[in-house]
Design a protein around this ligand. Structure first.
Ligand code: ZN
Length: 660
């Protein structure tokens, strides 16, 4: 999903404080080169859980009658005697669900549906050759003392051996809620996500990664093939995961069949007012479904995809599916926007937004990025949400900057603000009281989840890229996404890839930043500059004793001094320190950042005027950028660098109470 609040805070930041002093030129046409051409990439996923389903929509009652078969293979090393099944729509059944009773905490909507939603299983049969076992009666929807019904346990009549495949026949009825976050209806608009009974992912050790639907948590599933036939009243336009393989019109109904392999979820939408636009980009059939009157938005979303498909393909490996559908929900259903499913994303933002406020583009890039960081990697989003949203936010920032240059977040009315700079201000403002790498359900608030999982994770990755070299980071994430395509990578896999491709220092910083609440503050704490003097005193030279008095020691036109730079916190990035002399000359000193302080001697033909640590602003995580600059005693602070950043820092501080 997209962090909507970030867009809002970006505008407010701009309006509050800022005048850009950065370069304004837009980047030229991006040069797209493959980030890791030598790294092989799986062509297909392992088929573990496949669904052949039919779904019939009643757009007046807002129900979906579903049925079909699920084939599921025990891909673990242990026999299993139960299944766990996600029944996500029950999150909207009542206020006692885990989803509804969690504190909302300023993230992902505040809505309680005005019409509740549910999923009721009507049939669940294990088909074993001629034998049929009815499992419905044994389904355990709830745990003792808990009303939540999103995480069902299904005891099996016998063990399923490793490698064995079983078939289940299912029937169910969905009652869609009014739009709540990412699913439901608004009038005749229907966004049908998390709508079918879905088997939890079985881990290699034979345990199910099952969990109730938490409002900050997303999903985790095995790959398979989805063959879904959607049946709606004629006159509705359907958008869904995967390509259409069959369309029929009969008895006043439209019946549309979609088939796609190598995916782990399926979503669809139906509305009788969609405007449809299609374009083939890089061999992918892109369809945009939008409300009437959004022609300019649709064009901007297609412009975004013309950039994003080649850009992400080069960075993270070719997009492997034949289709991509962008769904722009109607304004009254904006809660359905900013969400990702395999080959289908929902976009958003109001129709009046002018170019320059790049929020339409940003949300489109972000949701498309999830085709990689949610879709193809398929990490456990419940246990490690940063592997999805954090990496994807970094990829969003990287892509927006490659496309739009320094004003990649906003470039409007004389202001230019980068997407990544806004993101890092938010990360810095929020601080580091909790770990980035923790489960969705364990964050104290939605604000903490948003700031850490999205912004701080992205700022940490951007800091590593700037400190060790962006080409290395491009290559590292390129390797990670190719090597672990369809493989459900974990934080260990990410850190190991960073170690292999960038080095142990980068890996240690990533580990500490993700798992140990790592932080850093570089500061110039002392500067000194004075006329150079040679030594006074008695000296025995050439058999004679010579006494030099202090008033004879001045070295004309020479100055000495020092700069003391300190590193606070637990992250250790290499930095540069720039020394500025009164004659305007500048020199740079490199520091590996491994110790806690570094005393840099100064010697020059004019006095030291000022010093700045990290002059190129590589350490976006630096907790206090305002102490990165200091003047030597006797020099005014005029001309301090980082006008923009300081403005943003204070603006972010002021906005602390306004934005999550
Ligand atoms: Zn997202």
């Amino acid at each position: 999903m997209r962090l909507w609040a970030l867009a809002v805070s970006t505008v407010l930041l701009a309006a509050t404080a800022l005048a850009s002093d950065g370069p304004r030129a837009l980047a030229g046409p991006p040069v797209v080169t493959d980030a890791a051409p030598d790294v092989p990439m799986a062509e297909h996923a392992e088929n573990v859980a496949s669904y052949t389903l039919r779904a019939k929509l009643d757009p007046v009652a807002h129900t979906v009658h579903g049925g079909g078969t699920i084939t599921w293979r025990n891909a673990s090393s242990k026999p299993v005697s139960e299944l766990w099944m996600h029944l996500y729509l029950n999150a909207f059944k009542n206020q006692s669900s885990v989803f509804m009773r969690a504190p909302i905490g300023g993230f992902r909507g505040n809505r309680i549906p005005t019409d509740w939603g549910s999923i009721d299983l009507k049939k669940l049969v294990l088909v074993d050759g001629e034998k049929r076992d009815d499992l419905l009666g044994g389904v355990e929807l709830k745990r003792p003392g808990d009303e939540d019904e999103t995480d069902a346990r299904i005891p099996l009549p016998r063990e399923v051996e490793p490698g064995e495949q079983i078939t289940l026949e299912v029937e169910w009825v969905d009652k869609l809620p009014t739009i709540v976050e990412r699913t439901g209806y608004d009038g005749s608009f229907h966004m049908v996500g998390q709508w079918f009974p879905k088997i939890a992912k079985l881990e290699a050790d034979g345990t199910f990664a099952h969990f109730p639907f938490h409002h900050l948590g997303e999903f985790y599933s095995d790959f398979g093939t989805y063959d879904v036939t959607i049946d709606v009243p004629d006159g509705f336009i359907v958008g869904a995961t995967g390509p259409v393989v069959e369309t029929k019109r009969e008895s006043g109904r439209l019946v549309q069949r979609h088939v796609q392999s190598d995916i782990h979820d399926f979503a669809w939408t139906a509305w009788d007012k969609f405007q449809v636009r299609k374009e083939t980009i890089l061999g992918v059939d892109v369809t945009v479904l939008a409300p009437p009157g959004y022609d300019d938005h649709v064009e901007r979303e297609l412009e975004t995809m013309r950039f994003a498909l080649p850009h992400f393909g080069a960075r993270y490996g070719k997009y492997p599916y034949p289709v991509l559908t962008l769904v722009h929900p109607p304004a009254s259903a904006s809660e359905a926007g900013g969400m990702e499913y395999p080959t289908l994303i929902t976009t958003g933002q109001p129709s009046w937004l002018p170019r320059g406020l790049w929020f339409v583009e940003t949300v489109t890039i972000h949701e498309f990025g999830h085709q990689y960081f949610y879709g193809l990697a398929a990490s456990n989003e419940d246990a490690w949400p940063f592997l999805d949203e954090g990496l994807n936010s970094y990829a969003e920032n990287e892509a927006m900057r490659a496309w739009k240059g320094p004003g990649s977040g906003l470039d409007f009315a004389g202001l230019a603000i980068g997407d990544v700079e806004a993101q890092s201000e938010r990360a810095r403002h929020f601080g580091h009281d909790e770990k980035i790498a923790q489960g969705a359900g364990t964050f104290a608030t939605g604000s903490a989840y948003g700031a850490l999982v999205y912004s701080r994770a992205a700022a940490l990755l951007e800091t590593i890229a700037r400190a060790y070299g962006k080409e290395k980071m491009d290559r590292a994430l390129g390797v990670y996404m190719r090597k672990f395509r369809f493989k459900h990578p974990t934080p260990k896999d990410l850190i190991a890839t960073i170690r292999d491709e960038i080095g142990p220092g980068a890996a240690e910083n990533l580990h500490a930043g993700l798992l140990e609440k790592g932080w850093v503050d570089y500061a110039i704490t002392q500067t000194s500059s004075h006329p150079s003097r040679s030594a006074a005193g008695m000296f025995d030279r050439d058999g004679k004793r010579e006494t030099i008095s202090p008033d004879k020691t001045l070295n004309p036109n020479r100055y000495d001094g020092y700069v003391l730079v300190v590193r606070r916190g637990t992250l250790r990035f290499p930095v540069e320190i720039e020394l500025v002399s009164t004659d305007g000359s500048r020199s740079r000193v490199k520091w590996d950042g491994q110790t806690e302080s570094y005393r840099i001697p100064y010697s020059g033909s004019s006095a030291l005027r000022a010093a700045v640590v990290d002059p190129d602003e590589r350490i976006l995580l630096d907790q206090h950028p305002e102490n990165d600059f200091a003047t030597a005693p006797g020099h005014p602070t005029a001309g301090a660098p980082r006008v923009l950043e300081r403005g943003m820092f204070w603006a972010a501080t002021l906005l602390g109470g306004l934005t999550p």
